[in-house]
Design a protein around this ligand. Structure first.
Ligand code: HEC
Length: 291
């Protein structure tokens, strides 16, 4: 079996199995455990060197043993090694070993004394595959218990919560890049200088004809006073600009020509008129706006 799978395959495979187990049980955050905890990396490197060392020693011993055989022994050894394809013998022997059964010829060694009407019992060992799986499950249970019951590892609810929080942050991030996703439900007052200067440009290009450059009003109502016909907070204003005013009053739905982000900008800009004194204020319309 030694020479069937070369060590350069075998060692990394074992190494990655151990790595995977460590990663699974020790990983608590977003990074792989071996980056997060240098000790884990050290441990893995140690295991790797250990495997290589064992490998080298075993090979050396085998060589010494082979050299010590006489010609006949060497010939027999070589013959045995080359008869059937090695891979197949290996799988076969692995399978047989994993069953742990005595060959039929040797069954007399393990047959029990008693005889129930001719039915007799073999005292077979537990099959190794079963036994080792059982041991592995015990180890797993201990690690599991310690991790989740003693050290209070993340359970599904915690994981859900972290993922929820992460998703929320991701949505916020996305919204920053996708400004046009806003509508009157989600819009928030923009305060950055660039948004406001964009808003000013949009206002001057589209709105001054009816609302005046200082918001004093003309065809459209005065935007500087506390009186609003259709709602005086950012959400209400966004809605008015986007969907238009009451039918037949002359304020069109600007969503035809402005992007949602632009509506948010111009709405934020015109809220700055609040409390200023325009040159020719139009008389108040609507009602005093209360939040
Ligand atoms: C053609 C003239 C006209 C233009 C151009 C115009 N508006 Fe208006 N606006 C009006 C009229 C008229 C009303 C009143 C609507 C009503 O009574 O329902 C109004 C109402 C409003 C209101 C609601 C005021 C309140 O008291 O509730 C806001 C906010 C507003 N306009 C913003 C804008 C913005 C921003 C622009 C430019 C993108 C703009 N308007 C362009 C005529 C105009």
């Amino acid at each position: 079996m030694r020479n069937l799978i070369p060590s350069w395959v075998r060692v990394p495979v074992v190494f990655f199995i151990i790595f995977g187990l460590v990663e699974y049980f020790a990983n608590s955050g977003r990074q792989p455990a071996f980056i997060e905890y240098p000790m884990v990396l050290l441990f893995l490197v140690f295991v790797l060197f250990l495997l290589i060392a064992i490998e080298a020693i075993v090979n050396a011993l085998e060589n010494i043993l082979y050299q010590s055989l006489d010609e006949k022994g060497k010939a027999r050894f070589d013959a045995k090694e080359t008869k059937t394809p090695k891979f197949i013998t290996w799988i076969k022997s692995l399978y047989e070993k994993s069953l742990g059964q005595k060959p039929i010829k040797e069954e007399h060694e393990i047959i029990l004394d008693h005889n129930y009407d001719g039915i007799r019992e073999l005292d077979n060992d537990l099959p190794p595959w079963w036994l080792y799986a059982f041991y592995a499950s015990i180890v797993f249970a201990v690690v599991y218990l310690v991790r989740f019951e003693v050290f209070n590892g993340e359970n599904q609810y915690d994981e859900l919560e972290t993922e929820y929080a992460e998703a929320k942050i991701a949505i916020e991030e996305y919204k920053k890049t996708a400004k046009d996703l806003v509508d009157f439900n989600t819009v928030e007052l923009l305060t950055s200088a660039s948004d406001l200067s964009n808003g000013k440009a949009i206002y001057e290009a589209n709105c001054v004809a009816c609302h005046m450059a200082d918001g004093g009003g003309g065809i459209g109502p005065n935007l500087t006073d506390e009186y609003w016909i259709l709602g005086g907070d950012i959400k209400g204003i966004f809605k008015t600009v986007s969907e238009g005013g009451r039918n037949g009053k002359g304020m069109i739905a600007w969503k035809q020509s402005l992007k949602p982000s632009e509506i948010a900008q111009v709405s934020s800009y015109l809220l700055q008129f609040k409390g200023t004194t325009p040159a020719k204020p139009k008389e108040a319309e609507g009602e005093i706006w209360k939040e």
